[in-house]
Ligand binder design. Structure first.
Ligand code: SF4
Ligand code: SF4
Ligand code: SF4
Length: 172
């Protein structure tokens, strides 16, 4: 039997509760300019139009049939195609800086910090948010300017060690 929207929202909330995700911080990454999670789930008809429209193919059908972003292949160019084709208005906006709150952070095993030459994330960052500060022993430390970063995810998709995460700024 098909669930109503309210039942679907309750089901998603329960699932987060069971995962210990009371705040919804680990909620699925929705496409850019998505309404707040509850409003998004209520508005999205799971038509897949945004998934088909994304020229970068970074949107996929996720849990419950709702669209999610997958940065494994590429970053978001903020082209706005997903918004343009979203008839119910579950996605709404234009400015890259307002697409989502996430910003990049180096959290894991960065090659350049071990003295292995790698600049893939910096080369892929159009916003020029990533700089490398040279250190002794051929190592380089990443300096990531979160005021320039717009969370496009391009750096994630090219990092060979998966050292970069996207997360909401503290207090967001
Ligand atoms: S803004 Fe463009 S690249 Fe980004 S998710 Fe939407 S369609 Fe894909
Ligand atoms: S792409 Fe990854 S491993 Fe390479 S410098 Fe950037 S964070 Fe480090
Ligand atoms: S997420 Fe931020 S740091 Fe990474 S490529 Fe995009 S703008 Fe640059």
């Amino acid at each position: 039997m098909k669930m109503t929207r309210e039942e679907e929202e309750i089901r998603l909330s329960r699932r987060r509760l069971l995962r210990g995700d009371l705040s919804g911080a680990r909620a699925p990454r929705r496409p850019p300019w998505a309404l707040g999670e509850a409003r998004f789930v209520a508005a999205c008809t799971r038509c897949d139009d945004c998934v088909r429209a994304c020229p970068e193919a970074i949107l996929r059908r996720g849990s419950g049939g709702f669209p999610e972003v997958d940065f494994a292949r590429a970053g978001c160019t903020f082209c706005g195609e997903c918004v343009r084709v979203c008839r119910p208005g579950a996605l709404s906006g234009q400015e890259p800086d307002e697409a989502w709150p996430w910003r990049a952070r180096v959290s894991g095993d960065c090659l350049s910090q071990r003295g292995v030459v790698c600049r893939a994330c910096g080369d892929g960052c159009e916003a020029r948010a990533i700089r490398f500060r040279l250190q002794t022993g051929g190592r380089a430390r990443i300096e990531l300017d979160t005021t320039l970063c717009n969370g496009c995810g391009a750096c994630l998709s090219v990092c060979p060690t998966g050292a970069i995460v996207l997360e909401s700024p503290p207090g967001d």
